[in-house]
Design a protein around this ligand. Structure first.
Ligand SMILES: Nc1ncnc2c1ncn2[C@@H]1O[C@H](COP(=O)(O)OP(=O)(O)O)[C@@H](O)[C@H]1O
Ligand SMILES: [Mg+2]
Length: 243
């Protein structure tokens, strides 16, 4: 039997100021699944994603990444689960595009040809190859998002979690990113995509997790909750959708 890529077991999390970020969240994700993560602002999506890659550790309960508890081995989680942050600029560390993508693999102490292979593949994948020598500070917001994704891809994680990756993108930027995610899905990458636009990811995600006040209030197929979308605070999707 295949083991889950991720398991959240009764996970609660409190920030330093005692704000409840997660409230007894439980779900599991099988390898190759693509999941939309939704909910109002402040419902806990970013907090949940930070738990998936070990950046945050539960106050109670536990998170397992391919069978390894993030409290026991956060480094394993960080390597297995790549995270694309909501603020792409915060993820950019180097002056030039190529070096920025190389930063992660270089820190893995991989042999130089392997770093080169990964960087070139990630740049090709995200369409950034022509911009390899460009200064990162001069990229457009869409290009910065692609760069953040290229940096994650170069780490070759088995799971990628993306925090509102479609925000601040124009329509061509959104469709290009969607195509990229569909290609990753076809390759078997497990994806969790936090988004306010379920309609947009309908072809990508077959399952949706809906959060409210830190709790996971719905978990199922997209069609199951389409009729409730507005009462759940979400933009309608599926056949009931309106512009
Ligand atoms: N660093 C922080 N310190 C205190 N509270 C925080 C912090 N980050 C987020 N929160 C709170 O945790 C809750 C969940 O936030 P978040 O995970 O960012 O939600 P979402 O991503 O769905 O908008 C909110 O009530 C938010 O105010
Ligand atoms: Mg957020």
């Amino acid at each position: 039997m295949t083991a889950p890529a991720l398991i959240f077991e009764d996970v609660s999390y409190f920030y330093a100021d005692k704000t409840r970020g997660l409230d007894r969240v439980g779900f599991s994700v099988m390898p190759g699944e693509c999941i939309a993560l939704c909910g109002r602002n402040g419902s806990g999506k970013s907090t949940l994603l930070r738990h998936a890659n070990g950046l945050a550790r539960p106050s109670s309960g536990r998170v397992m990444v391919f069978g390894v508890c993030t409290k026991k081995d956060a480094v394993f989680a960080r390597l297995a689960v790549g995270m694309v942050f909501a603020d792409s600029s915060a993820q950019i560390v180097e002056e030039r595009v190529y070096e920025d993508v190389a930063f992660g693999p270089e820190n893995l102490n991989l042999p130089r040809p392997e770093v080169k292979r990964r960087v070139e593949k990630a740049l090709d994948w995200t369409g950034l190859a022509p911009l390899a020598a460009k200064r990162t500070e001069n990229l457009s917001s869409g290009e910065k998002r692609r760069l953040a994704i290229a940096g994650v891809l170069a780490m070759e994680p088995r799971v990628i979690v993306l925090d509102e990756p479609f925000s601040n993108l124009d329509w061509p930027g959104k469709t290009a990113l969607l195509d990229e995610l569909l290609r990753l899905k076809d390759l078997g990458t497990t994806l969790i995509v936090a988004t306010h636009d379920v309609e947009l990811v309908q072809g990508l995600c077959s399952r949706i997790l809906i959060m409210d006040k830190g709790a996971l209030i719905r978990d199922g197929g997209l069609a199951e909750f389409a009729a409730e979308s507005q009462s759940l605070g979400l933009r309608p999707w599926g056949q009931t959708s309106r512009v």
